[in-house]
Design a protein around this ligand. Structure first.
Ligand code: PEP
Ligand code: MN
Length: 370
């Protein structure tokens, strides 16, 4: 894929590139107040605002539409920031180009749909306007790459990926689980593609944005996109995850930036970079284990209700067979996988035996009370 580095189309670019602005354009005053405030933050170079909003349920605020594009162009004139908005179809592209939007982005709900991405790519042929592609809502790297490839084939070489986390049926501490290994794998496959992190949609919580911004810097991402609003609690969409311009300024100035990973960096830098990657995978392993143990407890409860023993030998045999087969398939040694699962399974049985003991205790207590 032919990708032009961002410093070729954003003058005097520094790391981190910060994209700030409200989730949605609401009023001209809100746009200008936000833009003027964030333009005072040195690293903020791009102003974002959603003009057409893909909402989960109908009858929510679906964006101000074309009117908002005029406000974006005023922001551009008055602050000198580049401006960006989300496009989801050919009509959006046509209007955004008409009003001089500098950069387009494709939202997570659009990246999942190859028909929509192709429609956008076709509408963009011959323009070579920069396009940022958010990851699809589901954890599918090929779909994310497919969208980038469609744009590349349409002649767009100013491409950026935005990591905004992945939706999951599992309960998680994040609004959209970051699954860092996916953007890391994208970076391995397309090392020249810039990646920007969107901590607002990952956390869904303004108090945790700083943490995810730091993490993004630690894994060598190029910048962040942070939803910013003068009065976040009154925002018409995504209120809980928007920060004020002052909060944004503090978040950015407190970032601890590591030296960029480059072919001539020292052994220590390379080692540090790889260890950061290991750390993020380890924390995903721990989170996955926690999810596993939540289910173990639900099974424990079911066994109590149905008077079944904690250790069921046949199930243990099947489990071991499955994990050693899977380990072999991905190139891990089967005995290693078995050893890990012996420990995990032993702990699961202990957890369920403990549940059983406390159930019997309370049952005894209840009997004695009678
Ligand atoms: C947004 O950036 O406001 C947005 C709708 O994001 P996503 O496509 O990541 O949900
Ligand atoms: Mn939003």
């Amino acid at each position: 894929m032919d990708i032009k580095p961002m410093n070729k189309w954003i003058p005097n670019l520094k790391r981190p590139l910060v994209i700030a602005g409200p989730c949605s354009a609401e009023t001209k005053e809100q746009m200008l107040a936000t833009a003027k405030a964030v333009s005072q933050i040195e690293d903020v170079r791009i102003f974002r605002a959603g003009i057409w909003k893909p909402r989960t349920r109908p009858n929510s605020f679906e964006g101000v539409g074309e009117e908002g594009l005029k406000w974006l162009s005023t922001v551009k004139q008055e602050t000198g920031l580049m401006v960006t908005t989300e496009v989801a179809n050919a009509r959006h592209v046509e209007l955004a180009l008409k009003y001089g939007v500098d950069i387009l982005w494709i939202g997570a709900r659009t990246t999942v749909n190859p028909f929509s991405v192709q429609e956008i790519a076709d509408a963009l042929k011959g323009t070579n306007i920069p396009v940022m592609v958010k990851n699809p809502i589901n954890a599918d790297l090929a779909l994310w790459m497919g969208a980038l490839e469609r744009l590349s084939l349409a002649g767009i070489d100013k491409l950026v990926a935005i990591h905004r986390g992945f939706s999951s049926a599992q309960k998680s501490e994040y609004r959209n689980a970051p699954l860092w290994r996916i953007p890391m794998e994208l970076k391995r496959l397309l090392p020249e593609l810039p990646i920007i992190c969107d901590p607002s949609h990952i956390t869904g919580d303004r108090n945790r944005i700083a943490l995810v911004c730091q993490k993004a810097m630690d894994v060598d991402m190029d910048g962040v996109m942070v939803e910013t609003h003068p009065t976040p609690d009154q925002a018409w969409s995504d209120a809980a995850q928007q920060v004020t311009p002052t909060m944004l300024s503090n978040i950015i100035s407190n970032l601890n930036l590591k030296t960029e990973f480059s072919p001539d960096c020292t052994f220590e830098q390379k080692l540090g970079d790889l260890r950061t990657q290991i750390d993020s995978i380890d924390s995903e392993i721990i989170e996955a284990l926690k999810m596993r143990f939540n289910i173990v407890e639900r099974i424990g409860q079911l066994k109590i209700e149905n008077k079944v023993t904690a250790l069921q030998v046949r199930r243990m045999g099947q489990l071991m067979q499955k994990v050693s087969d899977q380990a072999t398939n991905v190139g891990l040694r089967a005995p290693f996988a078995q050893e890990i699962y012996n420990v995990i399974h032993e702990e699961s049985v202990k957890v369920q035996a403990e549940q059983m003991r406390s159930f019997l205790k309370t049952e005894d207590g209840a009997k004695n009370d009678k």
